[in-house]
Ligand binder design. Sequence first.
Ligand SMILES: Nc1nc2c(c(=O)[nH]1)N[C@H]1C(S)=C(S)[C@@H](COP(=O)(O)OP(=O)(O)OC[C@H]3O[C@@H](n4cnc5c(=O)[nH]c(N)nc54)[C@H](O)[C@@H]3O)O[C@H]1N2
Ligand SMILES: Nc1nc2c(c(=O)[nH]1)N[C@H]1C(S)=C(S)[C@@H](COP(=O)(O)OP(=O)(O)OC[C@H]3O[C@@H](n4cnc5c(=O)[nH]c(N)nc54)[C@H](O)[C@@H]3O)O[C@H]1N2
Ligand SMILES: [Mo]
Length: 779
Amino acid sequence: MFLSPQVRFKPYTHAAGGWGSAHSVANILLRERALGKGASALLKQNKPDGFACVSCAWAKPGHPHPLEFCENGAKATAWELTSRRATPEFFSRHTLAELRTWPDFDLEQQGRLTHPMRYDAATDTYRPVAWADAFTAIGASLKALPRDSVVFYASGRASLEASFMYQLLARGYGNNHLPDSSNMCHESTSVGLQESIGVPVGTVTLNDFEHTDCFLFFGQNVGSNSPRMLHPLQEARKRGAQIITFNPLRERGLERFVNPQNPVEMLGPESTQVSTQYHQVAIGGDLAAMAGMIKALLALDAEAQAKGEAAVLDHGFIAEHTTGFEALRAQIEGYAWGALEQRSGLSRSAMEAAARVYARSERVMGVYGMGLTQHHHGVANVQMLVNLLLLRGNIGKPGAGICPVRGHSNVQGQRTVGITEDPKKVPADLIAEHLGIEVPADKGYCTVEACEGLLDGRVQGFVGLGGNFVRAVPDTSRLEPAWQGLALNVQIATKLNRSHLLPGQQMWLLPCLGRIEIDRQDGIEQQWTTEDSTGCIHGWRGHSEPASDQLLSEPAIIAGIAKATLATNPKLDWDAWRRDYRLVRAAIARIYPAIFHEMETRMHEPGGFHRPLGAAQRQWNTESGKAQFTLLPTLDPDDDVATASARRDVLQLMTLRSNDQFNTTIYGYDDRFRGVKGTRKVLLMNKNDIARLGFMAGDWVKVATAVETEVPRVVGPLQILPYDIPTGCCGGYYPECNPLVPLWHYAQKSKVPAAKSIPVTVTRAAVEPGAVPIDLKRA
Ligand SMILES: Nc1nc2c(c(=O)[nH]1)N[C@H]1C(S)=C(S)[C@@H](COP(=O)(O)OP(=O)(O)OC[C@H]3O[C@@H](n4cnc5c(=O)[nH]c(N)nc54)[C@H](O)[C@@H]3O)O[C@H]1N2
Ligand SMILES: Nc1nc2c(c(=O)[nH]1)N[C@H]1C(S)=C(S)[C@@H](COP(=O)(O)OP(=O)(O)OC[C@H]3O[C@@H](n4cnc5c(=O)[nH]c(N)nc54)[C@H](O)[C@@H]3O)O[C@H]1N2
Ligand SMILES: [Mo]
């Protein structure tokens, strides 16, 4: 088992990127013993004729750098190409009861799954099976279950081809229960942008970055989670563009950057300053911060007009292209500065300073991540950022627009080809006509609803296309026991994780090819496609030999289950699709012609082909036919849990990713950019709160949710780490802190769990046996 002997906290004084990053990549390639294969694969990463990185969804340029990958993409590649294997022999030696006691890190550290396995209750172990037998048995179980009781989860990695087939499987089976990782992530974006500007996705492409003169950067940790984006940001900074950041933490990647792929920078002392203004907004304070900026803009505009100078707001754009401006103006003018300061945690002068830079910038982009979406007001947060951009016509012109930074590498594309619980979002008539599948009319379950169904027994079957549902969802301690009630659990995966360890009556673990691996069907190499964060669609192919000769591709597994489950359908030949993915792409193009016409040739264009987006051309596919200003629901950071949050002994907890993880996959116990080494069992707190609540740095504590206390939601012991975080706020790691998030605490309208604002209390705990105390002397 892995336990780093050295546990310490020492603020990281270097820039993001740089030698630390190169060192970290070399380390993981060595540890996974993937040096030969991994290092050569890196040269193909994110390149035309290569493979899309298995890590984040950031855009893949048409003219890539010689090494178009980042530290974390390289780690993800090494993780997939590891030479470690979790074989049938491994599973025969370990019962699931034992494996459930292992840390997440140790589970995935067993390496790639090699054989299809069936859970055997008598021995409490997984046993190998033949694929054909697995499909027949799964098909029989699915047919025996009520059609409304099975959920088809997808984590956002699977290709457009696999995703398209998967949603047809669910709909052919008889429901729209297609929750996906997006429901925990950017669903607030899909809902908010659709309502405000008539598209569910961002409006910018990489080209825009060359023209932007100001970025408003909210709640996204670029250095850890989308590091390749630091390249266009660095270029922009060199042109003199401004970057105004709003984040409770001073994230290193938003402060300084050295390009680890640039030898001159690596050798010299120079790093690029990333943010030109950094505002440490309180958790959930963004609505008030943006309202403050708008209030300042309205004042600047009135002042300019009084002096007979050029207006600050783009009144022409507002009149021609938008609705709702006057109502928003009235609402914002009604807020007192004192209230805005108190709610945002920022001073009036800070909000005015941000507004002044915004007012003088011609082309402005709003960039954001989970810091906006994972809140009770996640949708409103996104819409406020749109409001801010609309005031100066910053949508639908070069260099300007809205840029949600997506998570999983094909999460945006999965939605585009039909993975959604909302049947209104798919062209049901075309699917019926061309593919002979009737899309059921009833709305299906999103992730939170699937969890509710697990708890109350409505959900009896679960199919997971990747991901780690058990660890990713809220309320871990309430939900974990519910899995034992399932009649059927089918997990399609590359590595072992906790979602594979909670068997009900029947459980299957089906190993699939990773996307770096060559996918041959009947001897012929297949290609596959993804859509990135900027709406560009790319074709890819694998480059290394599969981890085991027993692996099937995701399309092959889906086709296998579909054939064994669904009635014969003259319009849809699953076998033919499995043999030749070009046929799947042809079907995608028939169902979504506006986006995917001539896909087979266009998918090889450098940089991918861009899907048409009305808003980018100032065509507004909204209810009113115009871009809509929306009102604030409230200034309260989180009125879902307001009573608890108002208490003096309660802190707002945000759950965070470290620099050494990809979601529930933990690569290691270091969070280099935040200076934490060798542990994830920490609670980041402001030093004033530590003293006020009677603690000392390094104390062991338990963290408990401060609402609905009759349900025990406790995590710990964690060690208190004094950190530069606003008072009243604290931070802990995801997924370790997921037991603290109540399932009902989610974003209005989008149901994204409010993982960034959980009201908690902190109490003293006994020192963990064997714990290595954190070394604070070096702080
Ligand atoms: N290496 C790596 N890359 C990844 C992932 C990974 O786990 N590891 N995950 C992928 C996925 S699926 C996703 S969705 C993305 C996630 O990438 P991000 O969107 O960056 O998500 P988080 O890491 O959760 O952190 C969000 C940031 O928001 C800030 N924040 C928290 N609360 C607030 C708030 O109230 N207001 C503001 N303004 N900021 C706040 C935090 O300090 C943090 O910097 O990354 C993707 N890429
Ligand atoms: N508290 C809290 N909770 C959160 C978040 C948060 O910030 N805070 N973030 C949320 C977000 S943004 C997201 S996206 C979700 C993530 O939720 P998920 O997408 O469900 O989780 P991952 O950790 O990305 O899934 C990792 C597993 O995917 C499998 N896998 C990897 N590659 C492949 C592949 O190519 N094919 C298949 N079939 N399987 C593969 C491996 O078995 C691996 O163990 O978590 C959410 N939960
Ligand atoms: Mo995500």
